[in-house]
Ligand binder design. Structure first.
Ligand SMILES: O=P(O)(O)OP(=O)(O)OP(=O)(O)OC[C@H]1O[C@@H](n2cnc3c(O)ncnc32)[C@H](O)[C@@H]1O
Ligand SMILES: [Mg+2]
Length: 206
C-alpha cells in the first residue's frame, strides 16, 4: 500500500505536509479529507499538541482504515506564558480567522519591548496505522522553530501567524520566505523529516 491519509482541514498546512513528505517519501499517494468518505472530525480537547495530534490521527485511522498523519501546532509566545499554544487556530474566537488572530496578538504584545517578544512555533505530528484485527500503532514526533514576533504583518506566503514571525537567524518573516526555505527550518519540516522513514517503512510493509 502506498497511500497515506493527511488528517487536516487546513489547506495550507496540508500543502506544506504534502510538499515535505514528497521529498522524503517518494512514490506515495497522499489523500486529504476531500478524498475519503465524510467523517466527523474530533474536537481538539487536549492541553498539549501531542494529545491533539493523537486524537486527530486515531480518529482518522478508525474512519478510513488508512495509515494517517495528523499535525497539531501553534505559536507559543514567551510573554504570554506560552499562549496561544494549542489555542492558536481559534485565539480570537471560533472562526479560525488568521487576520483576526494576528491583530489580537499584536494588540496583546503592544507594550512588550523587542527583547521580550521571543516565541516559537511548535508542532506534534502523530502517525497512526492499522495493525492486525482492530489494532492501531502510534508514533509521535515534535518540532520547533524559535524566533520572535514583530510589530507589523509582512509577506503573503505561509499561513496563520507567519506574517508576524521572524525565525532566529533570519530577517524575513516566515510568510516572506520561499516555501522550501520555510520547510527547511520549520517546526513541521523538522517533525515530518523525523517521521518520514517510519512512514516509508510502514507503507512498504503493509
Ligand atoms: O487541525 P487541522 O485541521 O490540522 O488545522 P488547524 O489549522 O486547526 O491546525 P491546528 O489545530 O494544529 O492549529 C494550528 C494553528 O497554529 C498556527 N500555526 C501552526 N503552524 C503554523 C505555521 O507553520 N505558520 C503559521 N501559523 C501556524 C495557525 O494559526 C494554525 O491555524
Ligand atoms: Mg485544528
Amino acid at each position: 500500500m502506498t497511500q497515506v491519509f493527511l488528517a487536516s482541514r487546513n489547506a495550507k498546512k496540508l500543502a506544506e505536509m504534502q510538499r515535505i513528505l514528497a521529498v522524503y517519501v517518494p512514490d506515495i499517494e497522499v489523500l486529504g479529507l476531500d478524498d475519503v468518505a465524510h467523517y466527523d472530525e474530533p474536537a481538539e480537547t487536549e492541553p498539549t499538541f501531542e494529545g491533539n495530534a493523537l486524537i486527530k490521527a486515531r480518529v482518522a485511522v478508525e474512519a478510513t482504515g488508512l495509515p494517517s498523519l495528523a499535525d497539531d501546532s501553534g505559536l507559543c509566545v514567551d510573554a504570554l506564558n506560552g499562549m496561544p499554544g494549542v489555542l492558536s487556530a481559534r485565539w480570537s474566537g471560533t472562526a479560525k480567522d488568521d487576520r483576526a488572530n494576528n491583530e489580537l496578538l499584536l494588540a496583546q504584545l503592544e507594550d512588550v519591548p523587542d527583547e521580550r517578544r521571543t516565541a516559537r512555533f511548535r508542532c506534534a505530528v502523530a502517525f497512526a496505522y492499522p495493525v492486525g484485527a482492530g489494532g492501531v500503532t502510534e508514533h509521535v514526533v515534535h518540532g520547533e522553530m524559535p524566533g520572535h514576533v514583530i510589530r507589523e504583518m509582512r509577506g503573503d506566503g505561509g499561513f496563520g501567524y507567519d506574517v508576524l514571525f521572524v525565525a532566529d537567524g533570519h530577517d524575513k518573516t516566515s510568510a516572506e520566505l520561499p516555501p522550501d526555505e520555510k520547510d527547511a527550518i520549520s517546526h513541521r519540516g523538522k517533525a515530518l523529516r523525523e517521521i518520514a522513514p517510519v512512514v516509508a517503512d510502514v507503507l512498504v510493509g503493509l
